[in-house]
Structures are given as C-alpha cells and as structure tokens.
Design a protein around this ligand. Structure first.
Ligand code: SF4
Length: 275
C-alpha cells in the first residue's frame, strides 16, 4: 500500500512505500479512495463480503503452504476451514450481498476449501516463501535517479523448481472463469517479476495465478501468466508517485485526488464519506 505523507509530517523517508494495489488505486481505481485511505488514514465503513471471503481463503492457503514448508505435512481440511471461519467471524463490518449472511459466507468458504483441498496447487519445487514480503529500491525509470519511495509487496507463494526457475503463484478467489486470463499485462504480476528478478538475479521467473472460481460448482485452476513488461510497470509506479506527490503539495490535495464514480462505488468502504 502507498504510505505517502506530506514531507513535513513524514519522519522517515525509508518508510515511504508504494505497492501494486496503491498504484492501481490511483491509475485505474478511484483517487478519492486513495485520499481517504492513505492520506487521511480513515478506516472504511465496511468491507465487501467478496473481499472478506478472499482474505479468508488467503489465510487458509497461507497456513497450508507454511505447514508444508516447515513440516512437510499437508494441513487437514478441518484446520483450514477453522482458519477461514475465524477470519470471517472476526471481520468488523461486512457489506453483504442480497441474501448473504455470516453463515452463508462461512458455508461458501467451507465449500471452496473442500474443493481446494482436493484439487489445489501442490508445488513441485521447494517453497521459499509464503506471503513473502519484499521492499526494494525504486528508480526514476526515465533518468535512473534513486527515489525516496520503495516498492513494497507480498508474494503469496514463491517456489524454486529443481532447475532453478523461480515460480510466483498469486492466489485469487474469482467469480467466473475468464478465457483470456493471464494473457495480458498485469501491474501486480509485472512488479512481482521485477522484485524476484532483483532479489534473485539471473534466474528465470515464471508467473501464475491459482484461481479459486466460486461458481455454483467451484473449481481451482492454475493459469500461466505471460511475461510481463517490467519497465512499463515501473513507469506506471512512477506516474502514480508523481501524481500523489503533486497532490500532496497542493493546499487541497482533493483537487488531484478526485472522485471517480464507477461500479466500484456500491461496495466502496468510503461511500458514506464520499456522498
Ligand atoms: S464512493 Fe466511488 S467516488 Fe467515492 S471514494 Fe468510493 S469509489 Fe471513489
């Protein structure tokens, strides 16, 4: 996430980070949401049930892969379900869709995890990291000058194949199968590729999505992602940083961090604030 603050209140420039989600929020999402979340530090009024379900699945999968890495044993389904239910029950405020309740959301998590436990991804190589955090230097892609901001991210699963190839797996809980999935440029994947190539120079990097598709009969698929244009991704990061820093220099940052109404507003955690 971007943690960008006005220079006069920023105590330590080493703490200024940008991430794929914050860059996406500025470039593709809603700049006003960025103002609320990252500049003013406001808590969202609630989180969508889809977001909570995705977090629950992430937590359960992370525990599974961590146990596999540390003890070489597969976590039982019941333990994964307990973790996912714990995430859902501890959510402060959930924006449910029509007909949904806490119980139906927990049932959906159980159902998805049952399918996942049977068919989910078991890496062939060595697990190097689960929810692996990275924080690496950034440069101005046009001049090469060092930036004060750093690139921050968490890789869901990083493994190393026997031939030394690094495999980045990103877990996604999605509503439907997409025919062109993995065939386009994806900022998050581009930045993961850049991060792994920086941290493990000379290694080949493979990117893939592990999609948990929450249709009536759920499925799990591994989708390869095409090679990413890292320079284009880094240019997007630089544009977002420039946009944000310019906004923060204004007497009223909301001039540049403007409202961008879209379908996202219905589940936006700042919709009451924004009205
Ligand atoms: S409600 Fe819509 S316009 Fe307002 S912050 Fe959220 S996404 Fe942006």
């Amino acid at each position: 996430m971007v943690i960008l603050q006005k220079p006069d209140i920023q105590e330590n420039y080493d703490d200024i980070h940008v991430s794929a989600s914050s860059v996406n929020a500025i470039i593709d999402g809603c700049p006003r949401e960025v103002l609320y979340r990252y500049v003013l530090g406001l808590e969202p009024q609630d989180k969508s049930s889809s977001l909570i379900l995705g977090s629950a699945m992430h937590e359960a999968l992370a525990a599974f892969y961590l146990a596999l890495q540390q003890s070489k044993v597969e976590m039982k389904l019941a333990d994964m379900v307990e973790i996912a239910h714990g995430v859902i029950e501890s959510a402060q405020a959930i924006n449910f869709k029509e007909g949904e309740t806490l119980e139906t959301l927990k049932a959906q998590a159980s159902n998805l995890l049952t399918v996942w436990h049977k068919n989910g991804y078991r890496p062939q190589g060595t697990i190097l990291g689960v929810e692996m955090k990275f924080s690496i230097d950034l440069k101005n892609p046009h001049t090469g000058e060092e930036l004060q901001e750093r690139l921050l991210g968490y890789i869901d699963l990083l493994t190393e194949n026997p031939d030394g190839t690094m495999v980045v797996t990103d877990h996604k809980t999605i509503a439907r199968r997409e025919s062109d999935r993995g065939q386009s440029q994806d900022l998050q994947m581009g930045l993961y590729q850049y991060a792994v190539e920086t941290l493990f120079p000379g290694r080949k990097v493979i990117l893939q999505f592990q999609d948990i598709i929450k249709t009536k009969s759920p499925t799990v698929t591994i989708t390869p992602v095409i090679e990413q244009d890292k320079n284009a991704a880094l240019k997007q990061v630089y544009s977002a940083i420039t946009h944000m820093n310019t906004a923060l220099m204004l007497p009223d940052p909301s001039v540049l961090l403007y409202r961008r109404p879209s379908w996202r507003c219905a589940s936006c955690g700042y919709r009451a604030q924004c009205r």
